[in-house]
Design a binder for this molecule. Structure first.
Ligand code: MN
Length: 747
C-alpha cells in the first residue's frame, strides 16, 4: 500500500519493510558484481542486469542458504564469477536467475516473458542439469548427461553458467555435512572438471579441481599445502631467478615476452604423486615458467634460446602448436635442468593461445565491444562442430560417461570406429585389441590398421580420440606373435582359442590320415571295423571321442600302428616301434622368399645367426617353417608340421620367425618309401620320373615286404628336390604308376 507522495505531501513516510534486494549485504554484493561488469562494459546500460537481480531477489526472498545468509547471495556470486570471465549479458542474467525455476517454482514461461527467449532457454538448461544426481547410479547419470550435452550444443552458455554455479558451491561447502561435501567434490572431479577440460576452460578447470580436491581428500590436500608452504620462499626465489634469466636472454634476441613463474597446482601434484608413486620432492615439474610472446615464430625462437641455455629433459618436449590438443589448447612444453640442477617446466605460447588455454570455449561467448568479428564466428562454429561430433560418438550412455571421465581415468583409452562408435580399451592397447573388440572375425582377419587415416603398424599404441579403421583380408588368420602385442584379455583369449583350435584341427586331420594310411599299408580295412570298437580303443587312452584320439595321433603321442594293433591284434603285431611322425598334409606355404642373402633360411630381421634344418623333419623349400632357439646350437628350423614342433610350440618364447631366403640352386635331400606290387619294370618307371624332373636319385633300394604277401615290395630311395612343389609333383607322379600302393616321405 504505497502512498503517493504527490497526493499527500504532508503525510510522514511510513517505515516500509526493505525490499529483498535492499538488504545491505545483498546490495553490497550486487555492487561488487556491477563494478566488475562496469570494468569491461563501461558504457553499457546495466538496467537488464539490475532487473534480473531484483526479480531473482524477490523470488528467493524467503529462502536462506545453509549458512543462514539470504539465498540471493549465491546467484549474485555466480553472476560475479561469470563477470570475471567477462561473459555476455545473457550469461550474467542467467547467473542471477539460475535457481528460480528449480527452487521457487517459477515457470520457464514467466522467465521468457520477463527476460526473453535466450535467458529462458539457458535458465531452463541449467535447471535440468541441477536435477541430475550425478554421484548416484551411473546409467541414469549418463542418460541425463547426454541431455545436458544436447543443451550444451544448442547453447554452450548453459554449461558455462553451470560451471560457475558449481564453483561457488565448492567455495561454500563448509556449512554442509561431510557426506555432502564428499559427494559434491566427487561429482565435480568426475563430471564437471572433465567437461571444463574438454571445453578448454583451463582457468575454471583448475579452480574446480583444487577446490574439490580439498574436500575429496582433506588430509592429502593439507599435506601438499604444508609442503608447498615450507618450500615457498625457496621456490619463489628460484622462480624469480629463472624468470629474470629468461627475460634477459630473450630480450637480447629481441623476442618480446611476458614471463610468469608458477607452481604446479595442488591437485596436479597430488595426481602425479599418486600416479607415479613418488614423493613431492620427486615431482620435477613442480616449478614452471610460462612465456607469452607475440608470434608463433617467436615461440619456437624462445624454445631454442631456452634449450641453448639449459639442457632439456628427454621426452618432455611437446609441440602442441603444431598438433593442438582436441580442446584446441596450443603451447610448446619442455622441461629443462636449470641452475643448480633443479628441473622446471617451460610453457611457451602466444597471447591468443594463452587466452584460449585459459578460457577455452568461453572465449567465444565473451562480451566484446562492437560486432563480433568473422573469425570469432568461425571459431564458434568450429567449437560447435567439435561438440556435435563428440556427441555423435556417444553411442550409449555408458560410453558417454566414460568419455567424460577420460582424463581422470587414464588407465583407459577411448578410440572410435570410423562410424563413431566408442571402443574403450586399456592403456597401451594396439589395433589388434581394437579389432577383437569390434568382432572376433574382424580380429581374426585383421592385417593392418589405419589410425586417423594413416596406416600404422599393428604394434601401434592407441591414444585417446584415435579413429581406428581395421584392414581385414579374407582367410587371414591370427598369428601367435599377436599374443605379445595385445593388452585385452578378450583379444588374448580369442587368439589363443583360434590357434589351439587350428592346431587341433590340423592334428585331427593329420592323425586321421596317418591312421588310414597306416591301415592301408598294413592291409587293414578301417571301414570294416565297428565304430564302437574304435571308440572303445579311444576310451582306453582316455579320449572320449575319436577326434581326440586322432588329435593325439596327429600330435605324435602314439603311433598309428599301435592303435591298429589294438583294433586288429591278429593282423598287426605291436612292435615297440618308435613313434612315427605323420605325413605332411598339403598346407599352404606360409613362408616368404627372402629379399637378399645367399642363406637358404634366414631369421626374420636378423643375419648372421647359426641356422640349421632340423633332422627330424628335414624341411624343404616351400614348406611352412618355424625356428626354435636351441640351447647352444643355434636355431633349429622345423617344418611347421613336424611333430616335435607341435610340442615345442608350447614354449612360445623360444619360437622365432624364419623364412626361406632368396632362391639359390640348393637341393634338398628327401627320403621316400614306395609301397608297390612286386612287378618287373617298376623300378625303371619310378626312376624315370626323377629323370624327367632332372633331379638326382642318390640311392635306391628295393626289397620284398616281408610282412606282406608275396607280391609286395618296398622301395627306399633318397632323392634331391628343389622345393616342396617339386616334391609334391614327384609324389603325385609316383602314385599314378599302376601298381604303386602308396608313397610317403620318411622323416
Ligand atoms: Mn545454484
Amino acid at each position: 500500500m504505497a502512498s503517493d507522495p504527490t497526493l499527500s505531501p504532508a503525510e510522514p513516510a511510513i517505515a516500509k519493510p526493505l525490499e529483498p534486494w535492499e538488504q545491505p549485504e545483498v546490495e553490497a554484493a550486487y555492487r561488487v558484481l556491477e563494478d566488475k561488469v562496469r570494468s569491461y562494459r563501461p558504457s553499457d546500460d546495466l538496467g537488464p542486469l539490475r532487473r534480473a537481480f531484483e526479480q531473482a531477489a524477490y523470488w528467493h526472498r524467503t529462502r536462506k542458504r545453509a549458512s543462514g545468509e539470504p539465498y540471493i547471495l549465491h546467484p549474485i556470486a555466480v553472476s560475479t564469477i561469470l563477470a570475471e570471465e567477462q561473459m555476455d549479458m545473457v550469461c550474467l542474467q542467467t547467473g542471477l536467475l539460475h535457481d528460480v525455476v528449480e527452487d521457487e517454482d517459477v515457470s520457464a514461461e514467466e522467465i521468457r516473458r520477463l527476460f526473453g527467449d535466450e535467458v529462458a532457454a539457458v535458465v531452463d538448461g541449467v535447471t535440468k542439469l541441477g536435477k541430475l544426481k550425478l554421484a548416484s547410479r551411473e546409467e541414469r547419470q549418463a542418460e541425463s548427461l547426454r541431455k545436458m550435452l544436447l543443451a550444451m550444443t544448442s547453447d554452450i552458455r548453459v554449461i558455462i553458467v553451470k560451471l560457475a554455479d558449481r564453483m561457488h558451491n565448492l567455495l561454500t561447502l563448509d556449512s554442509l555435512s561431510r557426506e555432502r561435501q564428499e559427494r559434491i567434490a566427487h561429482e565435480t572431479l568426475d563430471i564437471y572438471v572433465p567437461i571444463a577440460h574438454r571445453l578448454g576452460m583451463g582457468r575454471i578447470r583448475a579452480q574446480l579441481e583444487d577446490n574439490a580436491f580439498k574436500y575429496q581428500d582433506p588430509e592429502a590436500f593439507a599435506e601438499i599445502m604444508r609442503q608447498l608452504e615450507s618450500q615457498r620462499q625457496a621456490n619463489e626465489g628460484y622462480l624469480e631467478q629463472i624468470k629474470q634469466a629468461v627475460e634477459t636472454k630473450l630480450a637480447r634476441e629481441n623476442i618480446p615476452v611476458r614471463v610468469f613463474g608458477r607452481l604446479k597446482r595442488p591437485y596436479s601434484i597430488y595426481q602425479k604423486m599418486k600416479r607415479q608413486k613418488i614423493g613431492m620432492d620427486q615431482v620435477y615439474d613442480l616449478l614452471a615458467i610460462r612465456i607469452i610472446t607475440d608470434s608463433v615464430k617467436n615461440c619456437y625462437a624462445a624454445l631454442g634460446v631456452i634449450h641453448n641455455e639449459w639442457r632439456p629433459i628427454m621426452g618432455r618436449i611437446k609441440d602442441f602448436i603444431a598438433i593442438p590438443r582436441p580442446n584446441l589448447y596450443q603451447s610448446l612444453h619442455t622441461s629443462v635442468f636449470g641452475p643448480g640442477g633443479h628441473s622446471f617446466e617451460v610453457q611457451i605460447r602466444t597471447e591468443e593461445m594463452h587466452r584460449i588455454a585459459e578460457e577455452g570455449i568461453a572465449a567465444h561467448w565473451k562480451y566484446k565491444e562492437g560486432r563480433r568479428g568473422a573469425t570469432d564466428d568461425d571459431q564458434r562454429i568450429a567449437w560447435l562442430r567439435h561438440l556435435v561430433e563428440w556427441q555423435k560418438e556417444m553411442s550409449d550412455s555408458q560410453a558417454f560417461l566414460s568419455t567424460l571421465k577420460v582424463e581422470l581415468y587414464s588407465e583407459e583409452v577411448y578410440c572410435f570406429t570410423p562410424k563413431g562408435r566408442v571402443i574403450v580399451l586399456p592403456r597401451e592397447a594396439c589395433p589388434i585389441d581394437f579389432a577383437y573388440a569390434i568382432h572376433s572375425d574382424v580380429g581374426h582377419t585383421c592385417v593392418g590398421a589405419k589410425v586417423n587415416g594413416r596406416i600404422v603398424p599393428l604394434k601401434y599404441q592407441l591414444r585417446n580420440g584415435d579413429v581406428v579403421e581395421i584392414l581385414t583380408q579374407q582367410n587371414h588368420t591370427p598369428s601367435k606373435d599377436w599374443l605379445a602385442l595385445v593388452k585385452t584379455s578378450r583379444a588374448r583369449n580369442k587368439i589363443r582359442h583360434f590357434i589351439n583350435a587350428t592346431e587341433r584341427a590340423k592334428a585331427i586331420e593329420i592323425g586321421q590320415k596317418y591312421l588310414e594310411k597306416e591301415a592301408r599299408r598294413l592291409g587293414i580295412q578301417l571301414n570294416r571295423i565297428a565304430r564302437g570298437k574304435l571308440e572303445s580303443v579311444a576310451g582306453e587312452y582316455g579320449h572320449s571321442k575319436m577326434e581326440d584320439l586322432y588329435a593325439a595321433l596327429g600330435f605324435g603321442r602314439f603311433s598309428a600302428r599301435h592303435i591298429l594293433h589294438l583294433l586288429a591284434p591278429d593282423q598287426v603285431s605291436d612292435e615297440a616301434e618308435p613313434v612315427k611322425s605323420a605325413p605332411a598334409p598339403a598346407a599352404p606355404p606360409t613362408s616368404i622368399p627372402g629379399a637378399d642373402g645367399d642363406l637358404v633360411i634366414k631369421v626374420k630381421g636378423i643375419d648372421d645367426v647359426l641356422v640349421y634344418r632340423a633332422k627330424c623333419c628335414n624341411p624343404i623349400r616351400g614348406e611352412g617353417i618355424v625356428g626354435y632357439v636351441t640351447r647352444g646350437k643355434g636355431i633349429a628350423v622345423h617344418s611347421t608340421n613336424c611333430k616335435n614342433v607341435q610340442n615345442l610350440l608350447y614354449e612360445s618364447e623360444r619360437r622365432i620367425d624364419v623364412e626361406w631366403a632368396r632362391a639359390v640352386a640348393e637341393k634338398f635331400s628327401v627320403k621316400l618309401m614306395v609301397y608297390t606290387e612286386d612287378r618287373p619294370g617298376m623300378l625303371h618307371e619310378i626312376t624315370s620320373i626323377f629323370y624327367n624332373e632332372s633331379t638326382n636319385i642318390r640311392s635306391v633300394e628295393a626289397r620284398i615286404d616281408s610282412k606282406r604277401t608275396g607280391d609286395s615290395a618296398v622301395i627306399d630311395l633318397t632323392c634331391e628336390v628343389r622345393d616342396k612343389r617339386q616334391l609334391e609333383k614327384i609324389l603325385a607322379a609316383i602314385r599314378r604308376i599302376s601298381g604303386v600302393r602308396d608313397v610317403e616321405r620318411v622323416l
